[in-house]
Design a protein around this ligand. Structure first.
Ligand code: SAH
Length: 251
């Protein structure tokens, strides 16, 4: 009897030690490690589903291809480790060097407004984390993305390569001037706020193409605009919603 009790005590003691060691190991894991754990990945899948329904579909995003793409692209891979748990929140997040990854709804809206088609070649100005580029890349044949901060251009290009995105070319440079070597484009997404519509970007739009761009003389006055060039080259502009983007640098 006494021996059984001793055995039980020893077993409990041993089990406690194992548990304590496991807890210690777990707490010393970096966020990075945790993000890769299967349970966490499942959690992200669930958060992404909820994001698509409650932030996108409910607010009027209708294009099923866009909704599917937002469900597929792992946004948590595009935010710094310390913000990973908030990757599917309804807002922008810091990505370093005073820049932000846009709110999921704005990414989906811009993607829908550019009316992507399989054969399209699209320019993005403001690569940032590479998330918008990864989203639009799933819907068109080729994306060219230009970023003025070389460190962001480099890390976004590496991230896209690591995630297996093959149809995005990233370059460091001033996108206010477009990317003349790759022009003309079926679509242009400008993901930084301009004070006026950049003339070189309008020039680099194909007849029949559209540019989606936030424009405003001050950050609190920005409006998301659709600039459409018809087959004859005539340009029409319409306002969609008020927005707030980081500034588009002219140089
Ligand atoms: N599309 C990004 C978010 C963009 S944040 C994403 O999905 O994560 C805006 C980005 O535009 C910043 O990285 C900023 O450095 C860049 N930017 C600002 N002015 C620019 C310019 N003239 N040319 C290219 N990039 C510019």
């Amino acid at each position: 009897m006494q021996r059984d009790a001793d055995f039980l005590k020893r077993t409990i003691f041993h089990a406690r030690r194992v548990l304590a060691t496991a807890a210690l190991l777990l707490s010393s894991c970096s966020l990075e490690d945790l993000a890769l754990a299967p349970a966490q990945t499942q959690n992200f899948d669930q958060l992404r589903k909820t994001m698509v329904e409650s932030q996108l579909r409910s607010r009027g995003i209708r294009n099923e291809n866009v909704l599917r793409t937002m469900l597929e692209v792992p946004r948590h891979e595009f935010v710094p480790a310390e913000f990973r748990a908030r990757a599917y929140d309804d807002g922008p997040l810091p990505i370093g060097m005073d820049q932000t990854i846009s709110q999921p709804y704005i990414v989906a809206l811009m993607t829908e407004l550019v009316e992507p088609m399989r054969q399209h070649r699209v320019l993005e100005v403001g690569t940032g984390s590479g998330y918008q580029a990864a989203v639009i890349a799933r819907l068109v044949s080729q994306v060219y993305s230009i970023e003025i901060i070389p460190e962001h251009a480099k890390s976004a290009a590496e991230r896209l390569r690591r995630l297996g995105v093959q149809n995005v070319e990233v370059r460091a440079g001033n996108g206010y001037l477009g990317w003349p070597d790759r022009a003309p484009f079926d679509g242009i997404l400008v993901t930084a706020g301009a004070t006026e519509i950049p003339p070189r970007l309008v020039e680099q739009l194909k007849p029949g193409g559209r540019m989606i761009i936030p424009v405003g003389s001050a950050p609190e006055e920005q409006v998301l605009k659709v600039i459409q060039k018809d087959a004859a080259g005539k340009v029409q502009t319409r306002d969609v919603i008020p927005v707030r983007f980081v500034p588009l640098r002219k140089q």
